[in-house]
Design a protein around this ligand. Structure first.
Ligand SMILES: Cc1cc2nc3c(=O)[nH]c(=O)nc-3n(C[C@H](O)[C@H](O)[C@H](O)COP(=O)(O)O)c2cc1C
Ligand code: SF4
Ligand code: SF4
Length: 411
């Protein structure tokens, strides 16, 4: 078994569950805790409960980590029964008393919509944070992710200044407890938001994505989803990975718990390999429940074992060498692959004569001779045709060609 312990945040594994209804109230936190994540973030006080969830195209696409999206869109909304800060702190005490003591409880303080509403929200946030800390939270989380950015009325509101001021305010007014700053990657420059949170003293940053979006089936009258600010999904992961890698490449070492589209161990591994120590889980927790999260944690462990990653340290940031590859090495890889594409002809026995290759060649580098394709001298090795061949008639082992350059350079 790989060692999933995250030393920077003293967590048993890198998974941070943040998604109501799975993280609403003690009862549900204790239920999702059965999957044994590293941390659970209790839903903000005073902002209602999460609603029903719509998964597109279906739950199986989510379970298997294939392209999937998710929104708050179906069913009756759940009613929150927590009406006072005292009651809320009682829930925190209940969780701390009954949850495995090696799982961390982070608690969200305030909500972006408080700011949009105006009033004396800073005072409220400080008061809430102090009470939450006294009730036993292991960390406080400032939630600057959506529905914040996606639903705020005035998009020109100074988001970066807000992150800086709020983080600094919490560090000064509520000392002695880690301040985790959950950030958006949509509607702002995520790297700037991380820099700002870091400057203000954040103990960890959590860039993640929830888009404002409009999904519908072509038979739009029968569609379940609706426009709203609650769309996550697998499309978020590459964007989040870019933000993480950019941050790490700039030398920012603040612990990170990035998320967005983490529906299987593959996306979790990518987020870790880009340089985040932890992984946030949203939709999978509420729409997949305990066993889906448990499976993801086990599968990451197994995959790490199978691939020689003995601990989180060895996995975290391992893909930064790819992100920061020198132009010379990048060119060497491209040239080697290009040569293979140019010099590899059609394996005639495998060719079914579909013509896909001829359709995508813009240089007359391939032609049909009877029912078989054949390269011509005009081929330059751009590689389009190799990607559309449904058989192995046009095939090169791109993986080993590309990795041979890294091997040669000792990477
Ligand atoms: C149904 C649902 C409820 C959520 N509730 C919360 C919440 O209560 N607190 C929070 O900080 N984030 C919440 N989120 C946001 C997630 O933590 C996460 O930032 C986001 O969902 C992106 O990741 P995903 O693609 O894994 O869902 C929620 C997300 C979903 C899908
Ligand atoms: S590699 Fe490019 S140029 Fe050569 S045949 Fe294929 S598509 Fe045409
Ligand atoms: S795409 Fe492949 S199978 Fe189809 S004609 Fe070209 S070489 Fe043959």
């Amino acid at each position: 078994m790989a060692n999933l312990y995250v030393k920077e945040l003293d967590m048993i594994n890198p998974f941070v569950i943040a998604s109501s209804p799975a993280t609403q109230w003690a009862k549900n936190v204790l239920k999702i805790a059965k999957c044994r994540p590293g941390a659970i973030v209790l839903r903000n006080f005073g902002h209602g409960a999460g609603g029903g969830s719509f998964i597109g195209p279906d739950a199986n696409a989510m379970y298997t980590g294939k392209q999937a999206f998710h929104s708050h869109a179906i069913g009756t909304r759940i009613t929150d029964h927590i009406n006072s800060l005292e009651q809320y702190c009682e829930e925190i005490r209940k969780i701390k008393k009954n949850m495995d003591s090696d799982i961390k409880l982070w608690v969200s303080v305030g909500h972006y919509s408080d700011i949009v509403k105006g009033g004396n929200w800073e005072k409220d946030w400080i008061n809430q944070a102090r009470e939450i800390k006294n009730a036993g939270a292991d960390a406080l989380e400032l939630h600057f992710n959506t529905p914040g950015v996606a639903t705020m009325k005035n998009r020109s509101f100074n988001y970066y200044q807000l992150i800086y001021n709020c983080t600094k305010m919490m560090k000064e007014e509520v000392p002695g407890v880690p301040i985790m700053v959950k950030l958006a990657v949509e509607g702002c420059d995520p790297f700037t938001s991380i820099q700002v949170a870091n400057l203000a003293g954040a103990d960890a940053v959590g860039p993640t994505a929830r888009w404002k979006a409009f999904y519908f089936d072509l038979d739009w009258r029968a569609t379940q989803a609706r426009p709203g600010g609650g769309y996550g999904g697998t499309q978020a992961t590459p964007i989040v990975c870019y933000t993480i890698a950019e941050t790490r490449s700039a030398g920012i070492k603040t612990p990170m718990y990035a998320g967005g589209g983490v529906f299987s161990y593959e996306q979790a591994a990518r987020i870790l390999m880009a340089g985040s120590q932890c992984v946030q889980v949203g939709a999978l927790a509420c729409a997949g429940g305990v066993s889906a999260c448990e499976r993801m944690i086990k599968n990451l462990d197994k995959w790490m074992d199978d691939n020689g990653y003995k601990d989180i340290d060895s996995l975290c940031g391992d893909a930064l060498k790819l992100f920061n590859m020198s132009p010379e090495i990048a060119n060497e890889r491209t040239e080697l692959l290009g040569k293979a594409y140019k010099n590899t002809d059609v394996v005639s026995d495998e060719c079914i004569g579909c013509g896909n290759c001829v359709d995508v060649c813009w240089l007359e580098g391939i032609e049909m001779v009877g029912k078989k394709a054949r390269k011509t001298d005009a081929c330059i090795g751009c590689g389009y045709c190799f990607q559309v061949c449904p058989t192995k008639a046009l095939y090169v082992d791109a993986g080993s060609i590309l990795s041979s350059v890294f091997k040669k350079h000792g990477i």
